[in-house]
Write a protein that binds this ligand. Sequence first.
Ligand SMILES: [Zn+2]
Length: 190
Amino acid sequence: MSETKCVYQEAKFYNRLTIVQSWKWLTIHCTESPEEHERGKKVSRWFSNPWDNKKKQWRKVSAHFVVDDTAVIQCVPETRIAYHARGLNTRSLGIELVGKAAQSRADWLDPFGLKMLDLAATLVAVLSAKYKIQLDDETLASGILMGNGGVTTHKEVTRAYRVPGGHLDPGPNFPMGVLLGLAREKALSL
Ligand SMILES: [Zn+2]
């Protein structure tokens, strides 16, 4: 992504062999970490060294981008497959937003959240223009299975592919309408 200021912190685990030129989906996640100033740095550092100290094993997870209140951090090259949403990894770019799936709508739309959504919307607008991904509304599980492409969530990927133990982020109160509305506005002025 060249159009938005973006820091790079490379994740340890992603598919380095397969080159992907085109994506059909953007999958939105949340990091399950608190809304803390510049918390994305910590998340991206974790992706670069995802050791699970309790289980004493690596967690083979990553995402292309992590967004917080001040920055978009890229962790996986845009032409490579990240490990963020089983079922859709080979066809979607993963975007992690700092926050917890249990947050209320008001939490997502607090000053931290609004700054983050604004940065995320620019990212979504740029990527959707580049890969011709529609921004009309969130793609639900049924839409994923129809294969049309769009912006979706980890939860809908989990539902679509009935992934056992799959994640349900970014949670029921995530304001996807706000994110997509902002992204549509930004897409007009790219
Ligand atoms: Zn997720």
